[in-house]
Each structure stands twice: as C-alpha cells, then as structure tokens.
Design a protein around this ligand. Structure first.
Ligand SMILES: Cc1cc2nc3c(=O)[nH]c(=O)nc-3n(C[C@H](O)[C@H](O)[C@H](O)COP(=O)(O)OP(=O)(O)OC[C@H]3O[C@@H](n4cnc5c(N)ncnc54)[C@H](O)[C@@H]3O)c2cc1C
Length: 447
C-alpha cells in the first residue's frame, strides 16, 4: 500500500514490481486544487515536466515521473453522494480500498472492480482498469464527470454526454494524465450488492465448451489458464443479497495470503526462477493444488484477491468473437513450449466502450493477461506475445507492458490523432509528457 512517508523518504520512485524507476527532482503532495495549480504553473514557467502518480501500480512507463512527481495522497475521500441518481463524487487521490466502505454507508457500491484495490480512482480511470463481465466495463466507463487542472494551471470540468458524440468525454476516458491532473471524479454507482465466488479446476476443453453459458449465467467469469498443463481455474462471481464477509472467511483470506501465496506459491516461483527448466512442472503443481472454494461478502470484499507474489504483466484485448480460436491456439502453443512462464494466464471479458484510447475500441472483448514472476526474464514471453497478438489485432492495456510503436498504435486506435489534437488544447507545452508517452503517442525514438 502507498505510504507518503516512504514516498518522501526515498528520492527514487519505482512502480509496484520495481522495474520502472525514476529519480524525480521533486516529489510533491499538494493538499488543494489551488496548490496543485501553483505547482503546474511554476513547472510550465520553468520548462519542467510533471507526472502525477497514483499507487504506481502500472507496469508500463505511463506513470514514470522524470522531473516533478505529484501524489494526490492528501486529496482523498468521498465528497458527495446522490443516492437518488446513484452518483458519487470523490477526490481523485482516493484509493479503491477506501471507496467500498465509504459507499456502503450510503447503500451503494462500484459497479465493477479488478482483482486488487490498491490503486487510486484517478490512476485506475486513467488506464481504464477493468474487472470482468460480459455487460460490464472499466472504471473509466463508470466516470460521468471530471474536474481537472490542465497544463496551463487552469481548472476545467466536463460532464459525460452522449458517448457517440462527446469527443471531450471520449478523450478524457483512459487519458493517462495527458489532458491534465484529475482532481475530482463523479462515478455512476449501483445499489450495494453481495458476491459469491466459486472456484473449480477444469480441463481446458471442458472450460471452453462451457465458457459462453458460464459467462452469461454469472455476473463475472474469470479464468486462470496454467501454461503447458491443459488445465484452468474457473472463477465465477454471482450477485447475491448484500452481506458482510464472515470473520472466518477474512481469517482464511489472511491465511491464504500469508501461507499459500507468500509461502507455497512463493517457494514454487523461486524454484522456477532458480531452475527455469522447471517452469512447466511448477505450472502443473500449481494447477493441481487449486482447491474448489466458495467465498461470500460485500462486492468490495470479494473482488480483491491477495497478491503475495510480485510479477510483471502484459495484457491484450481481442474481439470476443475471436476468443475461442485465439485461446485454443495459445493453449496448444504453450503445451509445446510454455515460453518460460509458470504464471496462469488470466482471461476476462469486457463490454465495448467509446473512449478514444479504450482498448476495446467499441467492441465486446476478451482480455488476456500474461504474467512473469519478478526476477525472471519476461522478454521471451512478452516478445512472443507482441508478435502473436498482431494476428488478432490485440490492443494493449495502457498500464501494462507492451512494445507497440506509435505507428502500430495509430493503426489500432483510429482516433489517436483526434485524441492528440484535443490533448494539445489542454497541454500545449507538453508539461504532462514523459519519454514513454512521447514514444507511444508522439512517435519519438525510444530512450
Ligand atoms: C498487482 C496488480 C494487479 C492489477 N490488477 C488489475 C486488474 O485487475 N485490472 C486492470 O485493468 N488493471 C490491473 N492492474 C493495473 C492497474 O490497475 C493500472 O495500471 C492502474 O492504472 C494503476 O493505478 P494507480 O493508481 O497505481 O496509477 P499509476 O500506475 O500510478 O498511474 C497510472 C496512470 O494514471 C495517471 N494518473 C494517476 N493519477 C492521476 C490523476 N489524478 N490525474 C490524471 N492522471 C493520473 C498516471 O500519470 C499514469 O499515466 C494491476 C496492477 C497490479 C500491480
């Protein structure tokens, strides 16, 4: 979890896995919009570049602060709730783990979440962080109004309009901090609900045969496909009456986090790191040790799962209609050569969204995430993935590792140039750029 003391106590900055590092000249944590405006105005005058970082949970370089780093850790919390309209306005630095409990007081909840909750709401919205669900979209899609400070220090607000015609709203959706620093976000929320999670291990063919029916029958379906084993863990979440997670379950989660994830899985990962030839065996052992389990509680208690072991990650969105062919081929390829990875491949679904940089590009998608244990070389798997995903026009998650060039991205995101024109209006002097963004969006050579 983010700690301001640690942030100020260390002159370096690094992302969660520790692979993206920076030595910003200044690390600032404003407490008000006015203070933030002064920081941005001064940076612009002095030709300095600013990057606001959330919980540094992005694997890509999108948050890397090269000159001035800003944290909104002092700008957190729920501001107002409209229970009739089901709208919640919050400060942009609010962490996801703070939102569930705060909304519960009003009988409300986030419509969907990913599988961890350490991120800030602005960071998660800026990369279009998502969970799973055929009819459910990203955190960015839940945002219906933004307040932000642009690259000249001016404050703007915008209410999302008709998604087909609202160009500014579609640019703000997944904008990686390139239009400015969000200070407040209003989210469309839903009535408080509970979730029941079930896990079972299936043979690949059985899981695939059931995929469509299972995805329709449950609020959420997620797979963890163990490379080189022909086995997968099927996780479903079904909506139930809201009720708190039992203290026994909370204790079990803590135990699983400490013993299973930090203990047994960590030992297996270390084994794979020390002897990469054992990765397939490790994948097999992991697949065979998944218990059939059931968890229940408020949605915000059930969505997050403990992540005891660190990894690097790359993720691609493909058309849902291509999913069966694509995943069958991937399973076959990894049965012959697991590309040195023993981490399960995560499979989720995502409804289409209209954001100019949305990785869905308006179509319902399957989302495939590939992980490599920290300390092991992720290049072989990620390089293969980069080439392989061209076949399916795979579009990358902005917060995860990808090697796509500016030209390749322009091809996959036809509105990228329109996005850049809008961006230019709000950041004419490129105060909010870093080298990673320049490479991806402006076509500069990689550093
Ligand atoms: C263990 C782990 C699990 C994850 N699980 C999921 C998952 O289930 N689903 C998923 O989709 N992703 C997942 N991710 C990726 C993660 O959700 C995204 O990368 C997310 O953007 C990180 O949020 P953050 O608050 O840490 O922001 P950062 O990573 O610090 O920043 C992300 C981007 O947001 C910008 N930004 C931050 N704050 C602001 C602001 N106030 N105004 C404007 N721009 C801002 C930054 O400049 C940067 O471009 C996971 C990552 C990790 C490490």
């Amino acid at each position: 979890m983010f700690s301001l003391r640690q942030w100020h106590g260390n002159s370096n900055w690094q992302n969660w896995v520790g692979y993206v590092t920076a030595e910003p000249e200044q690390k600032l944590a404003p407490s008000s919009v006015a203070e933030l405006q002064d920081i941005i105005k001064s940076a612009r005058r002095n030709n300095k570049r600013v990057r606001v970082t959330g919980a540094a949970h992005s694997f890509s370089g999108c948050a890397k602060p090269e000159e001035i780093a800003i944290s909104l850790h002092n700008m957190r919390g729920l501001i107002s709730v409209d229970t009739e309209a089901k709208l919640a306005t919050m400060h942009a630095g609010t962490y996801l783990y703070e939102i569930g409990k705060a909304l519960k007081q009003h009988g409300l909840a986030l419509e969907n979440m990913g599988d961890v909750q350490a991120q800030t709401i602005a960071g998660a919205a800026s990369t279009a962080t998502h969970g799973t669900g055929l009819t459910l979209g990203s955190i960015a899609n839940q945002v219906v109004a933004w307040e932000w400070v642009d690259g000249t220090g001016e404050v703007h607000t915008h209410q999302r309009g008709n998604p087909q015609t609202d160009d500014l709203g579609n640019a703000l959706h997944a904008s990686l901090g390139m239009l400015g620093v969000f200070t407040k976000l209003t989210l469309k929320v839903v009535d408080l609900y509970g979730l029941q999670e079930r896990n079972e291990v299936l043979d690949f063919e059985e899981g695939l045969a059931r995929f469509d029916d299972t995805a329709h029958a449950h609020r959420h379906l997620e797979w963890f496909l163990f490379p080189g084993t022909n086995k997968l863990q099927q996780k479903t979440l079904s909506g139930i009456e809201p009720k708190p997670m039992s203290s026994t379950q909370k204790l079990k989660d803590k135990f699983d986090s400490a013993i299973t994830l930090n203990g047994a899985f960590y030992v297996l990962c270390e084994l794979a790191r020390m002897k990469p030839s054992l990765t397939q065996k490790v994948s097999q052992i992991s697949a065979s040790s998944i218990p059939n389990t059931k968890r229940e509680g408020y949605s915000y208690e059930v969505f997050p799962t403990p992540r005891g072991v660190k990894f690097n990650e790359s993720e691609y969105f493909i058309a849902l209609s291509d999913f069966e062919a694509c995943i069958t081929e991937i399973n076959d390829i990894l049965l012959k050569d697991n590309k040195g990875s023993h981490f399960p491949i995560e499979v989720r679904t995502h409804k289409g969204e209209t954001g100019m940089l949305s990785a869905t590009q308006g179509e319902d998608c399957a989302v495939l995430s590939f992980h490599v244990y920290k300390g092991m070389d992720s290049e072989p798997l990620f390089d293969w993935l980069y080439e392989y995903m061209k076949k399916w026009q795979g579009r990358p998650h902005w917060g995860k590792v990808n090697k796509l060039s500016h030209v390749e991205l322009q091809h996959l995101y036809p509105k990228l140039d329109q996005f850049l024109q809008i961006r230019h209006e709000y950041d004419p002097d490129n105060v909010f750029m870093n080298r990673w963004l320049e490479q991806k969006f402006l076509g500069h050579a990689s550093s």
